[in-house]
Ligand binder design. Structure first.
Ligand SMILES: CC(C)(COP(=O)(O)OP(=O)(O)OC[C@H]1O[C@@H](n2cnc3c(N)ncnc32)[C@H](O)[C@@H]1OP(=O)(O)O)[C@@H](O)C(=O)NCCC(=O)NCCS
Length: 291
């Protein structure tokens, strides 16, 4: 009914084509060109030799990518071509990639699945994956700068304090040193170290080392926030930092990927005009408890 090859058996272009074809009808738009897929692989430590492609006849019909960090694995995307679903390929792929993870000595595999993706969630639950926490994608849609005169709802400038750029490496060192709730895989310090030179951080001049900050990656007009914290400051202080970033990047969107539900920065995000765009479940499987 089908065989497997390691994902590196396919060229990067063929992997990207398969990835996009499997996500063509996904609940949210997902499309990566070859360079984007390669970058995602580097950022998330995807191990192509442990990742699997399902082949039926001579044709690739699905894939499962595995990221590896220490004894932990992460499903960095999996899917089956729309016209080849419900033939058992999805389950076979998950089993193959979990076998590869176990063979490497990994103890756990984690993943995120959209709250509305019942097909995939049912598959994961049937394999023994359990919910660890809910995580949300927050988005502040494109707005004009406050200075344009348009009335943008958002935080009033909280204090007459100057903003201050921090070296990203200082914030990364703080994230690694502090005992804080672990970020989801795509925003872990291990991911951020790969893009340290692209990161920027903002705080207030004179803020304490445990003060509020926003760590982010600007992409033309858009801003991907990779970590944020009110620290020892109050919600309005963090909201003011977010408002300042919105002004600096007017005309683009701002996003926080997979913020754990109940995170201390939710009130500041709301006050700065962000809304929850996607809800996801983060799940985890202990490989000695596969079903
Ligand atoms: C999720 C997905 C990979 C399943 O692939 P598939 O080849 O159809 O899955 P299988 O035929 O092996 O079925 C495996 C299990 O998935 C679940 N499932 C799959 N399709 C389902 C459906 N239409 N309705 C309900 N459950 C479904 C069932 O639990 C099924 O087990 P069962 O056959 O014992 O009932 C496929 O639907 C897909 O590619 N979706 C788009 C991409 C995606 O959502 N990827 C996951 C990102 S987290």
């Amino acid at each position: 009914m089908g065989t497997f090859v390691a994902a590196h058996a396919l060229s990067l272009a063929d992997r990207a084509a398969l990835f996009n074809a499997c996500y063509a009808d996904y609940l949210v738009p997902v499309a990566l060109d070859a360079a984007g897929l390669e970058r995602m692989g580097v950022l998330c430590d995807i191990d192509l030799s442990a990742s699997r492609v399902r082949v039926a006849g001579d044709t690739p019909v699905g894939f499962a990518f595995l990221g590896v960090r220490g004894a932990r694995g992460w499903i960095g995307g999996m899917g089956v071509l729309p016209h080849r679903r419900r033939e058992g390929h999805g389950r076979a792929l998950m089993n193959a990639v979990l076998d590869a993870a176990a063979a490497q000595g990994l103890t756990h595999v984690q993943l995120e699945v959209l709250a509305d993706n019942h097909r995939a969630r049912d598959l994961y639950v049937s394999l023994g994956f359990e919910l660890t926490r809910l995580v949300n994608v927050w988005l502040k849609p494109v707005t004009e700068a406050r200075s344009s005169g348009l009335p943008i709802p958002g935080p009033a400038p909280a204090q007459e304090r100057a903003f201050h750029e921090l070296p990203a490496r200082e914030v990364l060192a703080r994230l690694e040193a502090e005992k804080r709730e672990a970020a989801p895989w795509q925003r872990e310090p291990a991911t951020l170290r790969h893009i340290e030179s692209e990161l920027r951080a903002i705080t207030f001049r004179g803020a304490s080392p445990s003060g509020p900050f926003v760590l982010y990656r600007p992409q033309e007009l858009n801003v991907n926030i990779v970590e944020l914290d009110a620290g020892d400051g109050a919600v309005p202080a963090l909201a003011a930092l977010l408002g300042e970033l919105a002004d600096r990047h007017a005309g683009g969107w701002m996003r926080v990927l997979n913020l754990p539900e109940g995170h201390g920065s939710e009130a500041a995000l709301r006050s700065a005009g962000f809304e929850i765009r996607e809800r996801q479940s983060e799940m985890r499987l202990a490989l000695n408890r596969r079903t």
